[in-house]
Ligand binder design. Structure first.
Ligand SMILES: Nc1nc2c(c(=O)[nH]1)N[C@H]1C(S)=C(S)[C@@H](COP(=O)(O)O)O[C@H]1N2
Ligand SMILES: [Mo]
Length: 387
């Protein structure tokens, strides 16, 4: 039998399981089984039936969101710069990062634009027209950002940590890197599920080029945009990063103008969210009356100490709700999969899911529209036809 691995080896690709930071050369991307919104750059999401097949999302089913083509990075020359409000600025090779303790965490990554396309019914929103697949749960390995910052010795004014990618994005007639920023209190969490990582591995293999080879940040609980891929520079500062993707994009605004941008702050945490994945809009929404199985995902908000309390589904426009059964670990920074049975009747117009968390958070019936289409976490409503 020819396996995927054999094919990669035959085509000159290299598979790495675990591997140390330095032994890895760029890995041939395992063939993605995704729906591509664009290919230069890659923006793609899985089919929803694939998404709920496993609690850990295999890399081939893990969404990709990139603002520019993947930079080609030679790991031998790679250097991570650590600068700004630190007493000991440094430039770290992949080899020199190995002196820090290896840490691993399982965490869900989700794009702030997940479910964006649902806003269009109310008013057109620009950007990648994500359905509900811009989310995935993976195991990440690397070193704690906090360990690297401790060695750099923060000065007393340090309040924010900026991340800069090595990608080159055409913007406003110039070229800029993708940038992220997180508050120092989050950055300094060194251990446990919420600790931000400088990750070099995903699901037990070296990061693929699509996911940030050779190094990315992974910030559990925060929108995907703060998990900067192809990480090249860390800057410690007394304010959030001035990079476009912190200072302008990834904000909740009614209009894309300078007043709205300056009046609202960067998004950090994502809200509680859930979606129905089977059945789904691309497959079987023509239903017969009787009991049917539903499945989907639920993600608690990335607030420490807050987990999912209840997932509720309805097949009668919200008159009666049935509690779904959870699958997968109950963890603050990971999604869970859920299953439920509902009774479809001649009066069923849509299937609905909503969720509640242990700190009083809930998915609203309808989240207010915003110009960039972020943080869509209204009740997830799947229109169906009953014959
Ligand atoms: N350097 C860089 N990092 C980036 C991005 C990017 O375009 N460039 N996209 C961000 C966004 S918006 C998301 S949602 C996540 C997606 O991570 P993934 O492609 O590994 O799923 O990466 C983030 N990190
Ligand atoms: Mo994103």
């Amino acid at each position: 039998m020819i396996t995927r691995r054999d094919m990669l080896l035959a085509s000159g690709g290299i598979m790495i399981a675990g591997g140390t930071l330095t032994s890895s050369t760029a890995v041939a991307d395992e063939a993605k089984e995704l729906f591509f919104h664009s290919t230069t750059p890659n923006n793609a999401e899985p089919k929803l039936d694939d998404l709920v097949k496993s609690w850990i999302t295999p890399t081939k089913h893990f969404y990709v969101r990139s603002h520019a083509p993947n930079p080609v990075i030679d790991p031998k020359d790679f250097q991570l710069k650590v600068e700004g409000m630190v007493n000991r600025p440094s430039s770290l090779s992949l080899k020199s990062l190995e002196r820090f303790k290896t840490r691993s965490t399982t965490a869900t990554l989700t794009c702030a634009g997940n479910r964006r396309s649902e806003y269009n019914a109310e008013g057109k929103v620009g950007g990648v027209q994500w359905q509900s697949g811009a989310i995935g749960n993976a195991t990440w390995q690397g070193v704690a950002l906090a360990d690297v910052l401790k060695e750099a010795e923060l000065t007393p004014d340090a309040k924010h940590v900026w991340f800069e990618g090595l990608d080159e994005i055409e913007k406003g007639g110039g070229i800029i890197p993708f940038g992220g920023s997180i508050p120092i209190a989050k950055a300094m969490i060194a251990s446990g599920a919420g600790a931000p990582l400088l990750a070099n591995s995903m699901n037990g293999a070296a990061l693929t080029p699509d996911h940030g080879f050779p190094l990315r940040t992974l910030v559990p609980g925060y929108i995907g945009a703060r998990s900067v891929k192809w990480l090249g520079r860390i800057v410690v500062s007394d304010r959030p990063s001035p990079n476009h993707y912190v200072a302008t994009a990834y904000k909740i605004v009614k209009k894309t103008d300078p007043i709205d941008w300056t009046e609202s702050g960067p998004i950090y945490r994502y809200p509680i969210n859930a979606a129905i994945c089977t059945p789904n809009a691309n497959t079987n929404t023509k239903l017969s009356t009787g009991e049917i199985d539903l499945s989907g995902y639920v993600l608690p908000t990335g607030r420490p100490g807050s987990t999912v309390k209840k997932v509720l589904v309805s097949a009668d426009q919200g008159k009666r709700w049935t509690e779904a059964t959870m699958v997968g670990k109950d963890n603050e920074f990971c999604w869970q999969l859920w299953n439920a049975k509902v009774k479809v009747t001649a009066g069923t117009k849509r299937l609905i899911v909503r969720a509640l968390d242990t700190s009083g958070g809930f998915m609203p019936y309808r989240v207010p529209w915003n110009a960039k289409g972020y943080l869509q976490n209204s009740w997830y409503q799947l229109p169906v036809q009953v014959n």
